[in-house]
Design a protein around this ligand. Structure first.
Ligand code: NAG
Ligand code: NAG
Ligand code: NAG
Ligand code: NAG
Ligand code: NAG
Length: 282
């Protein structure tokens, strides 16, 4: 069976779809009838944000642009990926062979990675530019909050810190075979290892995060919503956790308001996703 995936990246949604047709007639297939959204979700409305950004945006904080990573598996089983930006009901392909997205919302800048290196995409002007001169095949990208330094995860599962405007990289030796990377608001680095377990990178090496299920499933890691000042967000299945730089963790429980926002975001994403599907099938 062909398995197709569409990811709403940037901050996080992964949609996995199993295809029911055996002979693909089209280049694209994004059947989402069976999708599963497994992430912290962000309010897109932005409606009252000028008056009181902290309170009106709520738990989740999403810009008008949503990034999607579109995976296409063809007959030869090779996977083709590209990054789309969805804004005002329209999806636009912005980068071929790309999968890594870091959306710096509320700034209009997003960092994208593909098999040739790092790019910057401006979500307002919709311009794409190469960033720096590295040419690694990038599958994960995050930016520090307090500096312009980045971390990238390359296709061979190595993590590098990228400094000097994308012209210099330093290997992060502590992170072994990372599958995904994330920073928290204090710029601590976390990664998910080959065993699906999260680690925090400390000065004296990587530490396994304690207090999590022994066999996490459908794992995901990212910077948490802004109201969570310390620690990173980790999902195992549908259960979110906050994981801390001291290698502890605790399950996160949504309050009623957050639950509503979460449900609203899922509905919004359904709309975005069906618009996306319709447009790329045209
Ligand atoms: C803001 O709210 C108004 C009315 O409540 C609504 O019509 C509009 O679509 C909203 N804007 C966004 C960006 O959600
Ligand atoms: C904006 O504020 C109004 C009035 O306070 C509220 O009813 C509405 O739900 C808010 N909209 C958003 C998107 O937060
Ligand atoms: C992000 O960095 C800015 C600038 O240093 C700082 O003021 C802000 O508190 C940081 N954000 C968070 C959520 O820590
Ligand atoms: C990138 O540019 C920097 C500074 O100009 C230079 O030192 C470095 O060798 C270049 N790296 C590559 C991979 O071209
Ligand atoms: C680890 O950090 C968290 C968050 O700062 C804190 O609540 C907790 O008490 C700390 N645990 C230990 C064992 O230091």
């Amino acid at each position: 069976m062909r398995v197709l995936l569409v990811c709403l990246a940037g901050l996080l949604v992964c949609l996995k779809t199993a295809d029911s047709h055996s002979l693909p007639q089209k280049d694209y297939d994004t059947d989402s009838s069976n999708h599963d959204i497994t992430n912290p979700l962000y309010d897109t409305s932005g409606n009252n944000s000028s008056s009181d950004p902290d309170n009106s945006r709520g738990m989740f904080d999403f810009g008008p642009t949503t990034f999607l990573v579109h995976y296409v598996t063809r007959d030869d089983n090779k996977e083709y990926k590209s990054i789309y930006a969805h804004k005002n009901g329209k999806a636009k392909k912005v980068l071929e062979d790309g999968i890594a997205v870091f959306d710096e919302f509320p700034k209009s800048r997003a960092y994208l990675g593909n098999k040739d290196g790092i790019y910057i995409y401006d979500t307002e002007t919709e311009k794409l530019e190469k960033y720096g001169n590295l040419s690694d095949s990038v599958i994960g990208i995050v930016k520090e909050n307090r500096t312009d330094d980045l971390y990238i995860l390359t296709e061979d599962h190595v993590v590098y810190k990228v400094t000097e405007e994308g012209t210099k990289k330093i290997k992060v030796n502590e992170a072994e075979h990372a599958e995904r990377i994330a920073l928290d608001w204090d710029d601590n680095l976390y990664y998910i290892g080959a065993n699906d377990h999260p680690y925090v990178v400390a000065s004296d090496g990587a530490k396994k995060i304690e207090g999590l299920p022994a066999n996490p499933t459908s794992v995901f890691i990212c910077r948490p919503p802004i109201k969570i000042k310390h620690g990173a967000w980790f999902m195992s299945g549908k259960q979110p956790y906050i994981i801390y730089p001291n290698a502890t963790s605790k399950p996160y429980v949504y309050n009623d308001q957050e639950k509503l926002e979460h449900e609203k975001r899922i509905r919004d994403l359904d709309v975005i996703f069906s618009q996306f599907r319709n447009q790329i099938e045209e």
